[in-house]
Design a protein around this ligand. Structure first.
Ligand code: F0G
Length: 418
């Protein structure tokens, strides 16, 4: 990695060696004295910084987000608990994609069925610290399900803004049952986020989208956990991590994870896995920026894909994520809805049930292998971000149809043989 800039200057206002820094201008802020999502001076994205960074020996306890508390702003959060997700072997898929090793880090196995729980266990803890009473997010679904559950756990009011008609059934059901107030906006996710940012700016609610830098601290533990698990089996870290990209929060979080490990001396800069982002063809502004070498991402006003979780035209974490993809030697690739569904079936054929957005990672890897962007000797981890049951309609459409049979054993056998 070319540039591993993490500023060392601990500001006077830092609480227990934790502070916020602007990724654009470097201005620093105390972490919990005020509600703040972006830089007061230049409106740049904020990042959590630590005076002391942990190494592998500092992590203790069973695999969960809070095993990595030395890399987080608190020792414990509002927990259900989260993390400790499997790193599946998928031998048939490994063979058909044609790489030396392929593992699936299945974040759909978190308590509400997506990686968002890792962010919320930290983010809702921070909400308690700063003393807010109403939490809010815009969401393509999973963030709203996680926020509703963690908000309920913490006894806080929760407000979620969803793009009307574009959120998978399982996610809406979760948000509803966990007691969130659900507002359906006549507009896409990006408009929902514009609105909720405005509400948060007016002090009406505490924003828990991935613009909130503390959410990404929790999501950073995907990287820590994955590297430990991969090392257990292979004795080294993977060459590449392939992940679906929406707002690019995970991309930013994994990049930060690696930078901190390198800075702590826990990972060699040359070992850092190549961050490889995948977007649906109909919602691919990050891919466009990478392919065209742009420093800024153009907002796409019209987005469409079967992978509704990543139906996003304005990836707000792009300023943090683009350098991550570039400096790790990774890339970004678009995939068709058909390829996403095919990959969803391939994963299901290995017993791993994921929602469409998750399958984009595998579809992207396959595409990169076919067109030569990934070498056959690479060891790869694909991140699958959400559970199959999040989007039962997509799963049913991708799977086999039920066959009606009479209520009689002989007739059932006739049907099977016929
Ligand atoms: N995969 C799933 C299943 C998601 O729900 C999301 C984001 C992503 C991938 C993209 O992750 O934003 O870190 O690049 N879902 C958000 C939501 C937007 O509202 O649930 P990212």
């Amino acid at each position: 990695m070319a540039d591993l800039q993490l500023r060392d200057d601990v500001p006077a206002a830092a609480d227990d060696g934790v502070w916020l820094a602007c990724v654009e201008c470097g201005e620093t802020f105390a972490p919990f004295e005020a509600v703040r999502y972006t830089c007061d001076d230049c409106d740049g994205l904020l990042e959590v910084r630590y005076a002391d960074l942990p190494t592998w020996d500092d992590f203790e306890g069973e695999r969960s987000v809070w095993r990595y508390s030395d890399a987080l702003p608190f020792d414990q959060g509002v927990s259900l608990p989260e993390g400790g997700t499997p790193l599946h072997r998928v031998p048939r898929l490994e063979e058909s994609v044609g790489v030396d090793a392929l593992r699936i880090k299945h974040e759909g196995m978190n308590p509400t069925g997506s990686f968002k729980d890792r962010g919320m266990t930290v983010g809702v803890r921070v909400a308690q610290e700063v003393g807010v009473d109403r939490l809010a997010c815009a969401s393509t679904g999973n963030t709203s399900a996680a926020l509703a559950a963690y908000g309920a756990r913490a006894g806080l009011e929760t407000l979620v803004l969803l793009p009307a008609g574009k959120v998978a059934a399982g996610k809406v059901a979760q948000a509803a049952l966990h007691g969130a107030r659900i507002l359906e906006v006549d507009g896409n996710f990006d408009r929902c986020l514009d609105i909720v940012q405005e509400l948060a700016g007016r002090g009406e609610a505490y924003l828990l989208n991935s613009l909130n830098p503390f959410r990404l601290e929790g999501q950073k533990t995907i990287g820590l956990e994955m590297l430990e698990q991969f090392r257990d089996d292979y004795g080294e870290v993977p060459d590449r991590i392939v992940l679906p990209v929406g707002n690019a929060g995970n991309t930013a979080a994994l990049y930060k994870c690696f930078r901190e490990l390198v800075k702590a001396g826990a990972l060699d800069a040359e070992e850092v896995p190549k961050l490889t982002g995948v977007q649906a063809e109909g919602a691919a502004p990050m891919v466009e920026a990478i392919e065209e070498g742009n420093d800024e991402v153009r907002r796409w006003e019209d987005v469409e894909t079967i992978a509704t979780a990543i139906r996003i035209g304005n990836p707000v974490n792009a300023p943090k994520a683009l350098p991550g993809i570039r400096e790790t030697g990774g890339t970004a690739v678009p995939v068709s809805d058909e390829a996403i569904t095919e990959a969803q079936r391939d994963l299901a054929g290995e017993g791993v049930g994921v929602e469409p957005a998750s399958a984009a990672s595998v579809a992207g890897l396959r595409k990169l292998r076919e067109r030569g962007g990934v070498d056959p000797d690479e060891q790869v981890v694909c991140l699958t971000t959400g559970h199959l049951l999040k989007d039962p309609d997509a799963a049913a459409a991708a799977g086999s149809d039920p066959e009606p049979v009479p209520d009689d054993a002989d007739a059932v056998l006739d049907h099977l043989e016929g």
